[in-house]
Design a protein around this ligand. Structure first.
Ligand code: FA5
Length: 339
């Protein structure tokens, strides 16, 4: 009985060997090799089933059949490894061919991003001021009440505070998002002695109702020039010079009286395209108030100065024919790509 089982097992092993060798020849990929491994050499594969059959054999037959089956397993494993190595090589070659880069092919055009129009205009204006001899400085967007108002001659109960309805920081009575870039004037003058000739650009924040020319977040460029003998003619000349540099000859400007607690006299400047009706207010300006100079320990008898703060969005609207300030911030790709 045991002999018949032994012979049957050996026969099955021979058949398995023959079939497996044929299949090994026919394998055509690493994936097929894996299928082969599972079928013949896996834990529940055909060889494992034959090995299970050893239990039923007499000890001496079991040893002999066991050796045979193990030799068969080793032989098939070695041949499978060989085939795997062949396919790994072939598949790597194919992958390299597929991934090959033809460096002689002509390049394909890639669309690059571009600077936002407000950034472009800010840079252009800063460049103009640098050519006029000004130094670019910066200041914080979160300001104290002192720099944003008090030092600029706007005490707590001053009605002018209504012109700059402010965003205060929750839990900090004294901190707000700056309503204009004028606090940078104070910061610079505290740190330097005259002559001071600086510009500063940046974001400003106001609780303004949004409309075609007002945005709660917008950009200003502040300019300050303090020295001996600076007068209103310097103010007017500088403003006209940079406006002409920025807009060219096709625009005209007018000066209108205004009021700011930190300048005296104060003006605002309107600009329009020649031949059109509508003026747009683009900046506020004036001669630095003596009280502000005193606040930073400059002697108003010795030094005078002028300053202005212009709206970058408004400047851009006029130059590029943008009717509504909100267009800058709607992220419409057609608008963004136009510049
Ligand atoms: C001021 O902010 C003063 N600090 C300007 C100044 C500086 C005067 C130095 C004297 C000396 P005003 O609030 O007018 O002023 O704003 C100046 C400019 O900022 C305006 O002319 C306008 O172009 C722009 N602007 C003001 N509010 C807004 C807003 N909500 N949206 C867009 N632009 C604005």
């Amino acid at each position: 009985m045991a002999t018949a089982q032994h012979d049957g097992l050996i026969q099955k092993a021979r058949k398995l060997e023959e079939q497996a060798l044929q299949e090994l020849q026919a394998l055509s990929s690493t994936r097929h090799c894996e299928e082969f491994r599972v079928k013949y050499l896996g834990r529940k594969g055909q060889l494992a089933q034959l090995l299970d059959g050893l239990q039923a054999l007499a000890p001496d037959q079991r040893a002999e059949a066991g050796r045979l089956l193990n030799a068969l397993k080793e032989m098939l494993t070695a041949k499978l490894e060989q085939r795997l190595a062949e396919f790994a090589h072939i598949e790597k070659e194919a992958r390299l061919r597929a991934e090959a880069l033809d460096v002689t092919l002509p390049g394909r055009r890639q669309k690059l991003g571009s600077l936002h129009l407000i950034t472009q205009v800010t840079k252009e204006l800063e460049d103009i001021f640098v050519r006029l001899g000004f130094e670019v400085v910066s200041g914080p967007e979160i300001e104290t009440d002192y720099y944003n108002f008090e030092a600029l001659n706007i005490p707590k109960d001053h009605p002018a505070r209504d012109d700059w309805d402010s965003f205060y920081l929750d839990g900090f009575d004294d901190l707000l998002l700056r309503t204009h870039t004028s606090p940078v004037q104070i910061r610079v003058m505290q740190q330097r002695r005259p002559p001071v000739k600086v510009v500063c650009s940046g974001k400003c924040f106001r609780r303004d109702a949004t409309d075609a020319t007002h945005s709660p977040v917008f950009h200003q460029i502040e300019m300050l020039w303090v020295d001996k003998g600076i007068n209103f003619a310097h103010l007017k000349g500088t403003i006209l010079a940079f406006l002409e540099e920025f807009y060219g000859k096709g625009f005209e400007a007018r000066f209108v009286g205004d009021y700011f607690p930190f300048t005296e006299p104060s003006i605002q400047v309107h600009v329009r395209r020649k031949g059109t009706e509508k003026w747009l207010e683009i900046l506020g300006a004036g001669m630095v108030d003596p009280a502000v100079l005193q606040e930073v320990d400059y002697d108003p008898e010795e030094y005078t100065g002028f300053a202005f703060g212009l709206g970058v969005e408004r400047m851009a609207m006029l130059k590029y024919g943008v009717d509504d300030i909100r267009t800058f911030y709607q992220n419409d790709m057609r608008f963004l790509e136009a510049f």
